[in-house]
Design a protein around this ligand. Structure first.
Ligand code: DGL
Length: 282
């Protein structure tokens, strides 16, 4: 390490007060933000929801890399100390490229969920559900094999789940039947741990658990990611351990819709939503 890269005195104290940046295609990533707020109660947070371009789950890897770069660049300008790609689809497509390009630490949601699933599994039959983009990328399979090369991975897309949740439908016979249709192939493979590989799925965990059976361990990537954020900051000695936290919420689309929906995903009141227009191509 060259001399100019060595941390000057007071550097960590200065870093601690910088915010954590979190982004997603919309309000779904607030499930990740909620876990970070719970597990790191003194951290300042900037949450960015790219609602104008929701959903990400059907976009190509090239598009998601472009969106991720724009948003991380924006968060970087807000002086964040670390960025979290809270969206599984964007993490699958763009995490590596973003880590290569930007100098701040960037975490995704795929590896933390994969690791937890490997740790939890006894029979080494692991399930992963997510959007089309996430499942097609094989990101979960690769990440699971990083932690256990011999695990058997069974994946399924659940194409309608995210939009149902986004519109507030999280229970009822119709959703149950849909869950049965999506999950039965995984049940047949006797998976004993199942990764909820989409920001929206933790809101359906009751139904998913009912369909899969109580013996299957559901892995909430949101919670695992929050634990990883805490570990990273702790190891870097940049964890903010006291002081009141402040939160900013930013959306690229309709801020009142974000406000209404976001409160449900976050599980706490959102005071104000700022609107930002990125230089976007639709
Ligand atoms: N946030 C997305 C994910 O976790 C789900 C919603 C979308 O398609 O944008 O993959």
């Amino acid at each position: 390490m060259s001399k100019s890269n060595i941390r000057p005195l007071g550097y960590n104290a200065y870093m601690k007060n910088k915010p954590i940046g979190i982004f997603d295609s919309g309000v779904g990533g607030l499930t990740v933000a909620a876990q970070i707020m719970e597990k790191l109660p003194n951290e300042n947070i900037i949450y960015f929801g790219d609602t104008a371009r929701f959903p990400y789950g059907t976009k190509s890897a090239t598009e998601l890399i472009e969106y991720t770069f724009q948003i991380v660049k924006f968060l970087r300008e807000q002086d964040v100390k670390l960025a979290v790609i809270a969206c599984n689809s964007a993490s699958s497509a763009a995490l590596e490229k973003a880590q290569e390009h930007f100098e701040i630490p960037i975490l995704g949601v795929v590896e933390p969920g994969a690791r937890a699933a490997v740790l939890a599994s006894i029979n080494r039959h692991i399930g992963a559900i997510g959007t089309e983009t996430t499942i097609k990328s094989d990101a979960y399979k690769k990440a699971i094999h990083m932690f256990d090369a011999g695990a058997q991975v069974f994946s399924a897309t659940c194409p309608s789940f995210a939009s149902f949740v986004e519109n507030g439908h999280i229970e009822g016979d119709y959703i149950y039947e849909m869950a049965e249709k999506y999950l039965t192939p995984l049940k047949k493979q006797e998976v004993d741990s199942l990764i909820l590989g989409c920001t929206h799925y933790p809101l359906l965990s009751d139904i998913i658990q009912k369909v899969m059976g109580t013996e299957v361990k559901l892995i909430n990537s949101a919670e695992e990611t929050a634990l990883e954020v805490r570990e990273v900051l702790e190891r870097k000695d940049q964890l903010r351990k006291d002081g009141k936290s402040s939160y900013r919420f930013i959306s690229t689309g309709d801020s009142s819709k974000f406000h209404k929906l976001g409160t449900r995903f976050l599980g706490r009141e959102i005071k104000q939503v700022e609107t930002v227009k990125l230089d976007v191509e639709h």
